[in-house]
Write a protein that binds this ligand. Sequence first.
Ligand code: PEP
Ligand code: MG
Length: 912
Amino acid sequence: MSTPKDKRVYTFGNKTAEGNGSMKELLGGKGANLCEMSFIGLNVPPGFIITTETCNEYQQIGSDRIIEELRHDVETGLRHIEEIMCSNFGDTSNPLLVSVRSGARASMPGMMDTVLNVGLNDEVVEGLAKKTGKSRFAWDSYRRFIQMYGDVVMKVNTFHDGEQDVFDTILDEIKEKNHYENDRGFTLEDLKLVVALFKDVILKYTGKPFPISPSDQLWNAIIAVFESWFTPRAVFYRKLNGYPDTWGTAVNVQAMVYGNMGDHSASGVAFTRDAATGQNVFNGEYLVDAQGEDVVAGTRTPMQITKAGGQTWAHLVGISEDARARMYPSLEEYMPEVYNELNANQKILETHFKDMQDLEFTIQENRLWILQTRNGKRTGAAMVKIAMDMLDEGLIDTPTAILRIDPHKINELLHPIFDTKALKKIKPITIGLPASPGAASGAITFFSQRASELKALGKDVILVRTETSADDLEGMSAANGILTARGGMTSHAAVVARGMGKCCISGAGGISINYGTHNMLVNGKNYHEGDWLSLNGSTGEVFEGKIKTITPKIDGDFEKLLVVSDRYARMHVRANADTPEAARVARGFGAQGIGLCRTEHMFFYPDRIQAMREMILASDEKGRRIALAKLLPMQRSDFEEIFEAMDGLAVTIRLLDPPLHEFLPKEEKSQMALANAIGISLEEVKYKVEQLSETNPMLGHRGCRLGNTYPEITEMQTRAIIEAALNVKSRGINTLPEIMVPLTGTLNEMIFQEHLIRNEAKKVFDERKESIEFKIGTMIEVPRAALVADEIATHAEFFSFGTNDLTQMTFGYSRDDAGKFLSFYEEKGILKENPFSTLDQQGVGQLVKMGVERGRSVKPHLKIGICGEHGGDPKSIEFCHSVGMDYVSCSPFSVPIARVAAAQGAVKEHRA
Ligand code: PEP
Ligand code: MG
């Protein structure tokens, strides 16, 4: 379908639509899917969508002009709804009400604003009461409208600085005075009083009356939704998820259907599969006589949609299954026919969209309406299980299953879980709903801002709230885990935590929080801010103190995913590992070799640093050789263990890289100890430290410049590598050592190093009368090396891109000092991403591409990889695939992530 640039409004409803599901960029995810659902014949309230481009236009030209531009189209859209609904907006005898909702191209749950029941005033409310014969319903809708409008459009709560929402405080006072259990207790008189009080509050705090014109209400709500794209929480969410500000939000204006029309009406949220575990079970929550906001806001605890869900819930409220079915019936028990229709709808939706759906529905007097569907947010575990199950079910093919994986979320599957042995010995202090799995321990804090502050100080925190709202996003992101006293599996806390992959327990009713005194009561025991808690998000159990954790294993669906990924990936995945332990972990995660062993890390261990310092402090080559001889056996035995762990696979060992001053003590006390240990004066130590200090150490005496000026270092390291390889070979271990020269910038540097390495290796072979195959290659991490890669390749058997240094030197940003300005640059949009985390394809990437091309121009089969931090970043890995690298190398824990990202690169290339 063509989308003329000036078409700003798209209508849908009555089994037709001007848009479709593929138009998410223009219509937002919600709008595009509403069109699609209308098309496939689901019962969707009619409406129209104002495009995301209009939001960007609004930002440029402001509200007056955008209203002028939109007026005709919006009025036409309204007529379209009126015709289908046989009622009129603003009419006092047959009124139509509308909802005004946000909707960006990717879902941002709860981050932007919505206004429901738009079109009510003192006269229309009477018309609505008369038309429906339900006065209580009409006034309940009116009070909801004023509350939402007052909050979202007139910003009443920002004018008042109390902790509590102004409107909720009024509702709570009336509930308390009349001893109502919840807002269903309000009588018609109460609601009329509430409406009057709400209007007074608006006038008091904003100085402006609540507007009575439905048309003004609608326009103001539309502008407020545009504005909500720029609220700090939406901006923060976008940053967290890497969504650009330029997307903008669409505005969905839709006929209201009412879940608050009494006992045969309800609102709910449902998932076609379990968003926490991925199990293929329909689940969700609903509330009778309620509007959608009530279900997620946690003001009343919602009930389960399916009977099975209800049963698992019974023990949490401490009642028998019979009592549960009476007091808290599932939708399946309460409205079986509507439930069956909903169940049929969810199946249609999942089959149509071929992914797990998160849908919202309203039941108005036994009639089912679907208000929204979107691909449901899910945990990392659910993401993997759903992709693999759908592959098995034949719903999707293997490439699609691979692309369904967000590689970053695989991290969650590698997070530690509680040690079951430790759990056996302790009892939970309370149990809530297992809203988002994982294990988390930390000190309690009750306030989001405090959580962020503590996190900044490096502390582990658990955020405990009665319920969370969009304003808690930053605190939730800072906390290790989230615990709420109220709310269900679809509460804000649960949905957002699952999206973040963060452990969360919601609806832990046994907790009562006192924000004023900063403590909480759990079964009669007091817990204060700072006390430690441990949460098991997979079971809902809350424990006192800190519990031991263990690293999870790769098995089941996760293993299957990695196996299918390896089948599609062209690149291999290696690990950056400096110790035998890290090598073993990496191999356990499927590393196909070691791409970088930074030998200097071995020198920092207490038993080695002394010999290293002796070497540095030696005044001549002879002294250095004596000290190096002490280091040789230590290096050799480390290499032996690493070779053993990687039996049969290649191991790239890099020669000494950092500037020598990094190994010397900075404080006088340690300098004194060093002087005493090696029998020289403190002054001599200080003199040497002074002598080694450099203005720009990163550009100074380091890398192959060290090995070329002190050849004995290269010789000792070569000997250690070759001897270790020969030693393990005699034990039946197959090694493929690759000796890597760091920081090469010129051909002669490479030739000099190659010569030293080959000579020393030959010496060892002659002494031992046996030999082994090995390779000599170099890092490409100095821009010049990329430029003259064709020359360097004549003396290198492999290249490994050191994109940490390459980024540092290409941008001219010091790796150690860039923190001072990088976050500012990102915030202001000067840089889109941190180039030290995600490879700058436009700049640094050009050098990488050139290095690969020039290197292969002289050696077509030159083995090429990457070992900078970017080797573990999914986006950068795809780039490495696209330039034809043979492998990426990353930290051991990133290996599974890289395996999937490598497969995604191959699948995307194939599909392009
Ligand atoms: C690099 O520069 O990318 C690299 C891997 O080396 P290091 O981080 O040790 O400087
Ligand atoms: Mg480097």
